[in-house]
Design a protein around this ligand. Sequence first.
Ligand SMILES: [Mn+2]
Length: 243
Amino acid sequence: MKQPIIGIAGNQLIHATEVFNGNFVTYTPQGFVDGVLEAGGLPFILPISHPDTAKEYIKNIDKLLLAGGQDVSPRLYNEEPHPKLQETNYSRDIFEAALIKEAIKQKKPILSVCRGTQLLNVVLGGSLYQDLSQYEQWSVKHEQQPTAPQFSTHRINVAPNSRISQLVPDNSYVNSYHHQAIKDVSPKLIATAWSTDGLVEAVEADDGSAILGVQWHPELTHHVDEKEQRIFDYFVNEMSVVG
Ligand SMILES: [Mn+2]
């Protein structure tokens, strides 16, 4: 059987740092590459490009993986930036938005992580909390830094009969590196996991279009936590668009 080609939407380092001798670089966190390889897929990193190229990129991959990273530009959900908003990259937002629309059009499955899930929700008509610290009701620590990412820190409840419930048991611990989160869930998605304070931690499509998004980071725990590798295994080998 042909190895599924997994397109991973890449990020850019656009501030000069000594790490790369001042060079600007395209990258993705290694855990996405390893998780896909471990599952038997072939990872391809898609560099941030003009949105017009999305059609051709999607044609050349079997499935689309959206990684974490910057905050989503609030202009995508018609809000002005709150003072607590962190770095955004509008070029990345509009390229990935084009990839999402094209993947749905070309019936290619989508897995999204953290920012990827937030962007997916926004592109499909939902909105975000720009900064959770502005709201008293979010009583769980969702930004676990400086705790290392392989340690899962808060629990989630999962909806029975959802895609995620087949992979991650109810009451599981996950890691958490987000100060933003889904506010209004897109009308095209349903929430299928929540932290114990009620924040959305996973979304999926229930119309057969093969979309799964998680708010935590399986790429940072898949090597020590088998339920997290199961997410990659399922995405690479089983997840497919119905109809
Ligand atoms: Mn969380």
